[in-house]
Design a protein around this ligand. Structure first.
Ligand code: TXA
Ligand code: MG
Length: 353
């Protein structure tokens, strides 16, 4: 156990002294959690294999699942990426800084642990003053997976990070809650058309406006566990975003979903189970269960994304046995919300008719 240093900073104009203190820890091979616009990341010097190994250990992350490497300016990618297709230039201009991760062929000089032995590397430039200042002051690309214990929902506040990793990491830059709330979109450009490996903060619709054609990896919209051979992004095959309670996702038209959830509540109630319902602003009133939480209005997928991981963590604190979740519209960030809910449920999906 070590003492985790908590450095509170302003999210728009962070105190440079505190950022430098955090950067010094990174330079010395330590681990610093920091906010991005999506979720908090756990950072280490991407070019220091010992530091990256420590990062995997702190998170208890499987070694075959590489982190995303964060840069502060476009030119920094040439320190780690070998081939940058022309399409990527267009995307970086349009979406960086922002929640879009691009997968490139990597340079041999990047340590194997950082890329889990792959010949590619996932890179993004975050849109957050604290993250950008930390990378700039550290003078290195920063490897940063989400700052949660492996298998837990990603952290959208400093408290979430401390709940999982207090005493395991050197410091955290606390700039309050993150604004997008789901992780970045991961796009593979080594194939044509580009392939979304993980839906996230950059909507598919926005990518299609710039690229024309973009495909979704089958895993992104999967309704069951796909065989590992079809996975392209190592993270796909690992259990993810799982709260302690069993999650059941009910999909379909709103009225059918509501009827199915009401009947499930009755069934679990008869089994003496504590039931939580993850509902929406329009429907939460209708359920009589131990805990009912609203993701937000069905008309505001951005707000639902921002609330998702916090609510999953809150359910755990209330010790419910099951969480029954409503499906949400899949446009915009809704696609990422549904992808996370499907994974959190372990593909325990009920079709309401
Ligand atoms: O918003 C985000 O992306 C956050 C913040 C901290 O930036 N980071 C994040 O990192 O979510 P992480 O490590 O939790 O997720 C990284 C994802 C995993 O699904 C991983 O498998 C995939 O990116 N990935 C990493 N390197 C890859 C590669 N070379 N090819 C394909 N997928 C890769
Ligand atoms: Mg993660």
């Amino acid at each position: 156990m070590k003492q985790t240093l908590v450095l509170k900073v302003n999210s728009l104009q962070p105190d440079i002294e505190k950022v430098r203190a955090a950067a010094n820890i990174i330079k010395e091979g330590g681990l610093v959690a920091f906010p991005t616009e999506t979720v908090y990341g756990l950072g280490a010097d991407a070019l220091n294999s010992k530091a990256v190994l420590a990062l995997f250990e702190a998170k208890k992350r499987p070694r075959d699942n590489p982190p995303i490497v964060h840069v502060q300016k476009i030119n920094d990618i040439y320190r780690i990426a070998e081939k940058v297709p022309p399409m990527a230039d267009k995307l970086m201009k349009e979406f960086w800084p922002g929640p879009l991760t691009l997968v490139f062929k990597r340079l041999k000089s990047v340590p194997d642990v950082t890329v889990a032995g792959l010949d590619t590397i996932a890179v993004r430039m975050p849109k957050h003053a604290v993250a950008l200042a930390l990378i700039r002051e550290s003078h290195c690309p920063i490897a940063a997976p989400s700052a949660n214990l492996a298998g837990k929902p990603s952290p959208t506040s400093a408290q979430h990070v401390l709940d999982d990793l207090n005493g395991q990491i050197d410091a955290i830059l606390d700039a309050g809650p993150t604004c997008i709330g789901v992780e970045s979109t991961v796009l593979d450009l080594s194939v044509d058309p580009g392939l979304v490996l993980r839906p996230g903060g950059t909507p598919l619709e926005a990518l299609r406006r710039v690229l024309g054609d973009v495909k979704l990896h089958p895993f992104v919209v999967a309704e069951k566990d796909l065989p590992i051979e079809t996975t392209r992004s190592p993270g796909m095959k690992h259990k993810h975003y799982a709260p302690k309670a069993q999650v059941i996702l009910v999909e379909g038209a709103v009225s059918a979903v509501m009827a199915t959830i009401k009947s499930l509540i009755r069934t679990y109630w008869l089994q003496d189970k504590q039931v939580g319902v993850l509902a929406t602003g329009e429907t939460a009133w209708a359920y009589e269960a131990e805990v009912v939480k609203s993701l937000g209005s069905r008309r505001n997928v951005d707000a639902m994304a921002a609330n998702l991981f916090r609510l999953l963590r809150e359910f755990d604190e209330e010790n419910v046995d099951v969480i029954i979740a409503e499906s949400v519209p899949t446009e915009g960030l809704g696609l990422a919300v549904m992808n996370r809910l499907r994974k959190a449920s372990g593909y325990n999906i009920i079709k309401a008719e």
